[in-house]
Design a binder for this molecule. Structure first.
Ligand code: DC
Length: 226
């Protein structure tokens, strides 16, 4: 099997991972794995199929047989289908994020989604966005980043995104949700949210996204010479 190069971008929600991963995949012409969407679709599928999130065995069964499809719309937006249901919007809500974090804390669900994530590594390369890309899913990846930002800054960014979308939200509530999610993602027994030993840690609290991307590209160029 030829080695497909993988670049991992891990970190908590709202640190800018998704944006950086998209920019990088586009720039390099590589595939993109948004691993959070698999956890989000698993939670969506449970709700759709009437499976309660308190029954880990049943949730893992849903994850094992997850009929998910990603499709790029002409606008560039990635549409996510569960069976033939367009779940793109529903999985991106705050509730969708909470559901994903709950199913992500279940060891058998993580196990069920492991190979599916690895299957995204296809030539010419993969940019993998998540929490445990560098520690568990692609431990041998040649380049790993861990992007962070303070919880306050991440709540502010999320607040602005939701207000721009016309949703009414409360900033203190968002901050509380982010802190709760960080706590759940960091304290779980399997694949807790932690930088890999060999990850390059970037704190984006006071750094605009373009400057973060420039730093990432500089490291990519050093590593791959592209
Ligand atoms: O990256 P995101 O916000 O879409 O992730 C949503 C939730 O999914 C996150 O709170 C925890 C879970 N998740 C995970 O456990 N492991 C991943 N690799 C990605 C996401």
């Amino acid at each position: 099997m030829t080695e497909v190069p993988v670049i991992c971008i891990d970190g908590p929600s709202g640190a800018g991972k998704g944006t950086i991963a998209h920019m990088l995949a586009e720039k390099l012409g590589w595939h993109l794995l948004d691993s959070g969407s698999l956890y989000r679709v698993t939670a969506f599928a449970c709700q759709h199929d009437g499976v309660g999130l308190e029954d880990e065995n049943k949730v893992a069964e849903v994850a094992r047989h997850l009929d998910v499809r990603f499709e790029q719309a002409p606008s560039g937006e990635v549409l996510v289908y569960y069976r033939d249901v367009d779940a793109s919007r529903a999985i991106r809500t705050e509730e969708g994020g909470r559901g994903a974090s709950t199913v992500g804390a279940m060891p058998s669900v993580r196990e069920a989604l492991l190979q599916r994530q690895r299957d995204f590594a296809e030539p010419p390369g993969l940019v993998a966005d998540g929490r445990d890309m560098g520690t568990v899913v692609f431990p041998d990846a040649p380049l790993k980043f861990f992007l962070t930002a303070s919880a306050e800054e991440r709540a502010q960014r999320r607040y602005k995104q939701l207000i721009d979308k016309g949703e009414s939200v409360s900033l203190p509530r968002l901050l509380r949700d982010i802190e709760e999610r960080d706590e759940r993602d960091s304290s779980r027994s399997v694949s807790p949210l932690l930088p890999a030993d060999d990850a390059i840690v970037i704190d984006s609290t006071a750094t605009p996204i373009d400057a973060v991307f420039a730093k990432v590209m500089a490291d990519v160029t050093t590593r791959f010479g592209t």
